[in-house]
Design a protein. Structure first.
Length: 158
């Protein structure tokens, strides 16, 4: 589990998770944050429900966004009778060792990042300006998510 921060300066962080064994993309979303523990835990729980079970082992970096996931994973594996029961079902590691969806995450996201940077350089978009950020979010979120959905489908059927 990690976040793609290429578009984060423009308020488009992309939280994602990849199965370290199969390399299957578990989730890939554009969201308003990839640092809120509640949102990241919701993605995790939704994924567990979707696949019909929890993983034997979850590896995350030490970011605070992963605290609830650690607890949920340990709880779900509490009654297991193997080496990956309870707290042993989660490991922390540096994000440099995470499985990646690949970069750039999508061609659309990469080109938008360049275009957004050009808007900043021209003084048209001011990072931190709530109105500017909300306008970008309103206009581009659906486009980015559709492209991320295509990336996920492509990666999982390739």
């Amino acid at each position: 589990m990690d976040g793609n921060d290429k578009l984060k300066p423009f308020d488009f962080p992309i939280p994602n998770a990849v199965d370290g064994y199969s390399r299957r993309v578990l989730w890939l979303y554009v969201d308003t944050t990839n640092s809120d523990p509640k949102i990241m835990a919701r993605y995790f729980v939704d994924c567990v429900e979707e696949v019909g079970g929890c993983p034997s082992l979850v590896r995350t970096d030490c970011g605070t966004q992963n605290l609830l996931i650690t607890g949920v994973q340990s709880f779900l594996r509490a009654e297991c009778n193997n080496d990956l029961a309870g707290e042993k079902a989660h490991r922390y590691g540096p994000s440099t060792g995470n499985q990646s969806v690949g970069g750039p995450t999508s061609a659309t996201a990469a080109s938008l990042g360049v275009n957004f940077k050009d808007l900043v350089d021209c003084g048209v978009f001011l990072p931190g300006n709530t109105l500017h950020e909300e306008c970008l979010w309103l206009y581009f979120t659906e486009l980015i998510q559709q492209d991320l959905d295509s990336v996920k489908i492509h990666r999982n059927t390739h």
